[in-house]
Design a binder for this molecule. Structure first.
Ligand code: FES
Length: 320
């Protein structure tokens, strides 16, 4: 994983705002002057700067071939940090919003066969993946769960395929997705993509433990839980490009210390889920505490997310 940082800052207009399902608002964003929007691929997300100091990430869930419109779906999360409530209450058709992106840490890797598992609003990155897999002639199946049909967005667009390749699991009708049946037998050459709430992600991770390495791709909207840091003391971070060496105390993130030193670095979520602060590692062992890297990517030890990850040794050298 290496983000390319070729994302752009745009001021877009809310061309339409519709109800996607119970508690889900769908926004279509366009350039006010009609300019073409940057290209993106399935799995990409953008930051919406909500104008009240909050920045939130949303997966693009429209058609990548439509360069005039970006579509995002926002679930109202009563226990959230206020971003979704703001979108639901304050963002109206015709408003302008500042958008940064697109960024993709969940790309669709070419494969002959896919199993897609989506829970609730986790359907958003999966929708364009399903379309791309289908267009590429790959075999695929989608298992889509939600509390009830009313709460499940984009059901109409999936209706045509329902029965053979799409299985809907409204929990109030049929219970949870039967993961042992779906993923119980590892299949060589099949890739599994999953997005949804943490319990679903963990259950899918468990089911896929016996699958070939690299089969499972997940995207998290909320950060994973981590225990104590590997290295409890202060550690040094040498910034190879700016020629600075900084001390990171136990109660501060590398990102905070780097920002305080006046070194420009992009960040957004500050919780290890969005990927904006990805930084190449030149020397030293990293204590990875992000929700993005796969175990293999973590073991490669050549990149880190400095908003949450720390040193597992007294000194790191970063390309900053
Ligand atoms: S700022 Fe989002 S991963 Fe670090």
């Amino acid at each position: 994983m290496h983000s390319t940082h070729d994302e752009v800052d745009l001021r877009l207009q809310v061309a339409s705002r519709t109800d996607g399902a119970e508690g889900v608002v769908v926004l279509e964003l366009r350039d006010p002057g009609g300019a073409e929007l940057p290209a993106w691929g399935p799995g990409a997300h953008v930051d919406l700067n909500l104008g009240n100091g909050m920045t939130r990430q949303y997966s693009l869930c429209g058609d990548p071939a439509d360069r005039s419109t970006w579509r995002v779906a926002v679930l109202r999360e009563p226990d959230g940090r206020g971003g979704s409530a703001y979108v639901h209450e304050a963002v109206r058709e015709g408003d302008t919003v500042d958008v940064r992106g697109p960024r993709n840490h969940f790309p669709l890797v070419p494969a002959p066969r896919y199993v897609f598992v989506a829970g609730g609003i986790g359907i958003t990155p999966i929708l364009p993946m399903v379309a791309a897999a289908d267009a590429a002639g790959a075999a695929w199946e989608l298992h889509y769960g939600g509390r009830s049909r009313r709460s499940m967005a984009f059901l109409e667009s999936l209706e045509e395929a329902t029965g053979t390749t799409v299985t809907l699991h409204p929990q109030d009708e049929v219970g949870l997705i039967d993961l042992p049946a779906v993923l119980g037998t590892p299949q060589e050459g099949t890739l599994v993509y999953c997005c949804g709430p943490e319990p679903l992600l963990q259950a899918v991770e468990q089911q896929c433990a016996a699958w070939p390495e690299g089969s499972l791709h997940v995207e998290r909207f909320s950060p994973k839980e981590f225990g104590e840091p590997v290295f409890h003391d202060s550690f040094e971070v040498e910034l190879a490009t700016s020629g600075l060496t900084l001390t990171v105390p136990p109660d501060r993130s590398i990102l905070e210390v780097v920002e305080d030193a006046g070194v420009p670095v992009l960040s957004s979520c500050t919780e290890g889920t969005c990927g904006t602060c990805e930084t190449p590692v030149l020397e030293g062992e990293v204590d990875h505490r992000d929700s993005l890297l796969t175990p293999a990517e973590q073991a490669a030890n050549d990149t880190m997310f400095i908003c949450v990850s720390r040193a597992a040794c007294p000194r790191l050298v970063l390309e900053l």
